[in-house]
Write a protein that binds this ligand. Sequence first.
Ligand SMILES: Nc1nc2c(c(=O)[nH]1)N[C@H]1C(S)=C(S)[C@@H](COP(=O)(O)O)O[C@H]1N2
Ligand SMILES: [Mo]
Length: 300
Amino acid sequence: MAHRWTNRLKDRDVTDETLWLNRRALVVGAGAGLGLAGLGQGARADVLEPTDWDDITSYNNYYEFGTKKSDPARHAHRLTTRPWSLRIDGLVDRPGEYDFEDIMARMTIEERIYRFRCVEAWSMVVPWNGFELADLLDMAGVQPGAKYIAFETVLRPDEMPGTRFPTLDWPYVEGLRLDEAMHPLTIMATGIYGRDIPNQNGAPLRLVVPWKYGFKSIKSVVRITATDSEPPTSWNKSNPREYGFYSNVNPEVDHPRWSQATERVVGSGLFARRQETLMFNGYADEVAGLYAGMDLTRHY
Ligand SMILES: Nc1nc2c(c(=O)[nH]1)N[C@H]1C(S)=C(S)[C@@H](COP(=O)(O)O)O[C@H]1N2
Ligand SMILES: [Mo]
């Protein structure tokens, strides 16, 4: 299948931010390369201009390091991210502990410029580097009985001061339906702007599902499990009425405490700009078919 939203990056192809700024004018549509295909369907016809590195790396949610937006950037340097191993288990042909460096050697690192929409109604545009989750799952060999993929974040209370408080039921866990996990838009991110992903953004590897609210994009993953039943997810466990399993970005289904129709653009200055939120965060052409026939107000 053609990866029309993708720019392929060679392994050692480092893009610094200056180069990026010069390339901004070329970046159009739902991702680099999508171009005119993304326009003309009532979609916002704006240029996808990546948010500045400083905003992406200083305005974060990573509750293991505290609940303030500035906490992760202040405290996440304490997380040891090398060596790192990822356990892949459950309904797979080749379960085991996979070393991060070995995974990186086997995966093709690509650049994906994605909208990122938090359930709290703010948004960014992030130029991720990473690989398709499907390629990792294929490496492990998902068995026919698997219907869901479960994810788990590392839990190290001595390195993660926020986990000493019962803010959430640690470790942070998430889940996707198998077809969502295998979708070519779903990636494991290992970099931003061509640099290693900073700890506060989920080093050394985190999930990115661009059509879902940000909390589905679980950070610093240590375990991936193929299973036949819907896995528990941290925010659903903490407040099932407010956070469902699907959590697809949907401007027509409000959060019980606020509207999801618009979003504040992070990094847009003192008088922060608001813009309309797009169905499936602008990726409806690619993913709406996954939910055909489902009542999206019930499966929120
Ligand atoms: N382990 C873990 N993953 C997490 C979170 C978290 O608190 N812990 N926060 C989520 C939320 S609410 C958002 S919006 C995104 C934020 O990602 P960013 O800081 O890279 O923008 O991470 C998600 N992944
Ligand atoms: Mo979020």
